[in-house]
Design a protein around this ligand. Structure first.
Ligand code: SF4
Length: 615
């Protein structure tokens, strides 16, 4: 086995819930420089251990939590964890990153990652601490929401810990159930909470153990951490001052604030929802993650009105949009309350928002009647009705049973005109809560990515960092798709460190830090190759699990032409086939099928995946 690089512990915890057997396995050092950690190692294990015959809810599906070489270091944002599995929304790869503390505490507990397989005979939670782990009875936690679950488990453990768990939605296998932890952080996409529920695993807790993380160059590390922190704390960005809800103003200006299920871009009340306005009108308190003093995440209190006395987490941009403009909600306090309700029930805020918005449009247009909705009046912005419906979904009660399948499956079942007004990609998941018809890079990314969400475009990638010229004509979707392909790899590399993207000063600084920690001499080109390796690893997994070219497209409404606002009249669909083909070509994939070409896989050091594409 190759020598262990700095930053890694070289140990993976494997938990079989069926047999209750817990083992510790060595991490193969020879694959670390290729896949790094986080999403990269998760992708590799997923491919090797989950064949196409395994469904998302089968005990043989894996749920992997991976930190990486940064976990346990003093770099800001290194508490991040990547969660990887075969997800129920797409029936393909799911990979979601959550900030907080788990990645670091997992390392302090002695492990680079945890792989969970099998299904428990009754509800359990997993406690990980100081080089070992145990399964504990969680039957008394059944029905508890995500925050209660976290708080109760915390109170039962002696040491400081990070707890990620599921709420009623995960227990009831709502397809878009998510995994929540560290007070408001979430692995949101592709129903990873439903996978956890299918295994009867209520939560995973990592204690702050005593393991020491050894870095390759301790002297340079101490100086580099200081310098990284100095530059990071000098970074001025409204996101740090006002949270990601600060994006509401920009989104409105550029036309990508989603309003009333994409029926308009007019939302005169948007100013009440900006991060600045929320922080001015509500009491907030900074709740930063491990080693980060930026504290753009906050807890929040509502002091007046019907929700006076409520305390919870400040919603991020996606929450504000999903439970605000997207569903026609004009009262910020109601939006804050609804966002917390979605989190505590344990569902992805994006899909929840699109389901509710779709119901409201169907109700307004008469495609669905009150009697179809168990008597709930789903008028635009009706907060009480939304609360009732969210509970129905989380408990699969009445009409909530169908809605728990997500907006694609629910709208297809209802059919007719109702089917055409649902926002989703044909792979099965809905996009992040943006009106991507005014943001083509993200629309293309969402439809062509492997994990059911954006992979290339998050965190404002900068072409110049990779020596590229910016897009000349943003109104040319084929050119835009080419830029997406050229930038692809950067996002998956960062998710493989894994490190919070908000902490990135540029693309060079995390690579330099990685080299100091590990002792490697990676450059930008090798980092991009590492990210592309992850992209292709997930892609081959997806083709083996049923991906076709036809699935890489938006639904009728998602790909429609805006009728007002800054993007009015801009149509992407006439060029969809051309842009998709261009993207495939530039990614080194077969332009007809989208499958990675053998030479692409060989170039990335993945020749072992070639046979997987023909089976
Ligand atoms: S920037 Fe925000 S999300 Fe990232 S580590 Fe800091 S507080 Fe957490």
């Amino acid at each position: 086995m190759a020598e262990k690089p700095g930053g890694y512990l070289g140990r993976v915890l494997r938990v079989n819930l069926g047999s209750e057997k817990i083992t510790i396995e060595p991490l193969d050092h020879s694959i670390l420089r290729k896949f790094v950690g986080g999403a990269g190692l998760g992708a590799r294990y997923l491919y090797e251990e989950v064949p196409p015959s395994v469904e998302w809810s089968d005990p043989d599906n894996r749920l992997a939590f991976f930190s990486g070489p940064f976990g346990g270091t003093r770099y800001a944002g290194s508490g991040m964890i990547s969660v990887v599995s075969k997800g129920p929304m797409t029936h393909m790869a799911g990979s979601s990153q959550a900030n907080g503390f788990f990645g670091t505490f997992l390392k302090f507990s002695g492990f680079d990652g945890v792989i969970i397989q099998g299904a428990a005979s009754d509800w359990k939670y997993l406690r990980i601490h100081d080089g070992t782990a145990e399964l504990r009875d969680a039957r008394d936690l059944l029905g508890r929401d995500t925050l209660e679950t976290e708080n109760i488990i915390r109170s039962r453990l002696d040491r400081q810990c990070s707890v990620y768990g599921i709420g009623p939605a995960g227990e009831n296998l709502v397809r878009y159930a998510a995994i929540f932890g560290d007070h408001g952080h979430v692995a949101a996409h592709n129903g990873l909470g439903a996978v956890m529920g299918s295994k009867k695993l209520k939560a995973v807790a990592a204690e702050r153990g005593h393991e020491k993380i050894e870095v390759a160059d301790p002297e340079r590390y101490a100086a580099a951490v200081k310098e990284f922190a100095r530059k990071f704390h000098k970074m001025q960005h409204p996101l740090f001052q006002y949270g990601t809800a600060d994006l509401v103003g920009l989104a409105k200006k550029l036309g990508w604030l989603p309003v009333k299920n994409y029926t308009t871009s007019e939302f005169p009340e948007f100013e009440k929802f900006t991060g600045e306005s929320i922080r001015r009108n509500f009491k907030t308190k900074s709740t930063p993650c491990w080693a980060c003093r930026k504290g753009h995440t906050c807890s929040i209190q509502i002091e007046e009105g019907p929700f006076a006395g409520f305390e919870g987490e400040e919603p991020d941009y996606e929450g504000v949009a999903a439970m605000g403009s997207l569903i026609g909600q004009t009262d910020p306090a109601t939006t804050i309350y609804l966002c917390n309700m979605v989190d505590r029930l344990g569902m992805d805020i994006n899909e929840s928002g699109y389901v509710i918005a779709w119901l409201m449009e169907c109700y307004e247009k008469g495609y669905l009647k009150k009697s179809d909705l168990d008597g709930v009046e789903m008028t635009w912005g009706n907060g009480g009705a939304v609360m009732e419906m969210l509970k129905k979904i989380a408990y699969r009660d009445g009409c909530g049973d169908l809605l728990a399948e997500g907006v694609k499956r629910a709208s297809e079942k209802i059919g007719g005109e109702a089917a055409d007004c649902a926002v989703y990609t044909l792979k099965g998941a809905s996009p992040r809560t943006h009106d991507h018809r005014a943001n083509w890079p993200e629309l293309i990314d969402t439809c062509l990515s492997n994990t059911g969400t954006i992979e290339v475009t998050g965190g404002a990638p900068k072409p110049e960092e990779l020596g590229l010229e910016p897009v000349k004509n943003p109104a040319d979707p084929v050119e835009v798709s080419g830029m997406n392909a050229k930038l692809n790899g950067k996002g998956q590399f960062l998710d493989s460190l894994p490190l919070c993207r908000f902490c990135m000063q540029d693309f060079k600084s995390p690579i330099e830090a990685l080299n100091i920690i590990t002792g490697w001499d990676m450059d930008i080109a090798e980092a991009i190759d590492a990210g592309r390796r992850v992209v292709n690893q997930f892609r081959v997994f997806n083709f083996r699990h049923g991906l076709t070219k036809e699935m890489e497209a938006p639904s009728v409404r998602y790909g429609s032409t805006p009728s007002d606002g800054p993007a009015e009249g801009r149509a992407i669909m006439p060029q969809w086939n051309a842009l998709r083909r261009n993207y495939y070509e530039q990614m080194g994939w077969d332009p007809e099928t989208g499958k990675p070409l053998p030479e692409t896989l060989k170039k990335l050091g993945l020749p072992d995946l070639i046979p997987g594409l023909s089976s």
